[in-house]
Design a protein around this ligand. Structure first.
Ligand SMILES: Cc1cc2nc3c(=O)[nH]c(=O)nc-3n(C[C@H](O)[C@H](O)[C@H](O)COP(=O)(O)O)c2cc1C
Length: 328
């Protein structure tokens, strides 16, 4: 799949997730096979650009190309200024968020709320595309609510405005995360435009990824929640797509190594205090469903230092490894 001058090495994209797809997690997913990883959204409100959080979101040091940054907002001039600002700081692709149902975003008439106002959508897209040389992509839901599924109209507007790829989450804004994603509308979008289309929603593993590609005819799949605590999902999907065979789950030892490296990268990126706190949710995801995980999480969530967090994580995985050795 091609986005402007960037040829992606495969058909797998890590979805933007606020609070999750920070630089360490994007880098990890890219290393484990994601062809593209979209950043957490950056507000188009310039008053926030000096904040620690936004500066961190704009930090791409050492990140594998192409670097895609998502921007959110509803004012065409502010959005184009945000696009320019991020390109100056290393973004190679600008992604526009019209897919997020979060109250914080929708109340400001941004995210998926924008889908209601097609004229405004067009003004934002034209403005951002003309503001930067970098390719601009768009992420949408299938519509505002099930009675107003206007994804095909939005997709045509996007193509005419110069958008270079379109990600579609198979739910409406009103559906939030309820029910199951539907792929029929994504197929209609794919048939209506000639820019690359990325299918998103409820892709939980390699077989589902393949099925969604077949059902929609999309150029790539985008994975969000299923990558939490399972960044190797991209490697698994890639293997399945190229061989038709399922890779076995990584062994305890490999998961242990991946997780410790991930934690260390979080401490380096956020510093000790915030790093330990951000790491807690990843520890929860990695350990979910494993032996004695609930007890481990309860204990590890109480520690305040990276040293103690690492020591407990080592202990947990050593015990898991010993148990799996016994089982074998
Ligand atoms: C914790 C979380 C944060 C998210 N933040 C964003 C965001 O900042 N921008 C966006 O476009 N979508 C955001 N999303 C939506 C995802 O990108 C994706 O469209 C959605 O989770 C469906 O894909 P999935 O079923 O693979 O998770 C977020 C989702 C989650 C779970």
């Amino acid at each position: 799949m091609q986005i402007g001058p960037y040829k992606l090495r495969n058909k797998m994209v890590l979805a933007p997730m606020a609070g999750v797809t920070d630089r360490p997690f994007r880098q990890l997913c890219k290393t484990l096979g994601a062809g593209l990883a979209v950043s957490e959204m950056v507000s188009s409100n310039a008053a926030l650009w000096g904040s620690k959080q936004t500066l961190r979101r704009m930090n791409h040091e050492g990140e594998l190309a192409p670097r895609s940054v998502q921007i959110a907002g509803a004012d065409p001039d502010m959005m184009s200024a945000a696009a320019r600002f991020n390109v100056e700081r290393g973004a190679q692709i600008i992604d526009i968020n019209m897919g997020c149902p979060a109250k914080k975003v929708c109340n400001l008439m941004a995210g998926s709320a924008l889908l209601q106002d097609e004229g405004l959508v067009e003004r934002i897209l034209v403005s951002v595309v003309s503001a930067v040389d970098a390719p601009v992509t768009l992420k949408i839901r299938t519509g505002w609510d099930p009675e107003n599924r206007n994804a095909v109209t939005i997709a045509r507007i996007a193509e005419q405005s110069g958008i270079q790829a379109l990600a579609v989450h198979g739910r409406t804004r009103a559906c939030a995360y309820r029910g199951e994603a539907e792929y029929r509308t994504i197929r209609e979008v794919k048939q209506a435009v000639s820019i690359p289309v990325i299918a998103n929603g409820d892709i939980t593993g390699p077989e589902k990824a393949q099925l969604v590609l077949e059902q929609t005819g999309a150029d790539a799949v985008m994975v969000g929640r299923a990558a939490q605590g399972r960044p190797w999902i991209f490697r698994e999907i890639e293997h399945y797509m190229s061989t038709g065979k399922l890779l076995p789950e990584p062994g305890v030892e490999e998961i242990h190594t991946i997780m410790i490296n991930h934690l260390q990268n979080l401490y380096a990126f956020y510093g000790e205090y915030t790093g330990v706190r951000v790491a807690r949710k990843h520890i929860g995801w990695y350990s979910k469903g494993r032996r004695d995980a609930a007890d481990f999480r309860q204990r590890v969530n109480r520690v305040e230092t990276s040293q103690a967090q690492l020591a407990m994580t080592h202990e947990f995985f050593d015990a898991l490894g010993a148990a799996s050795g016994l089982a074998a």
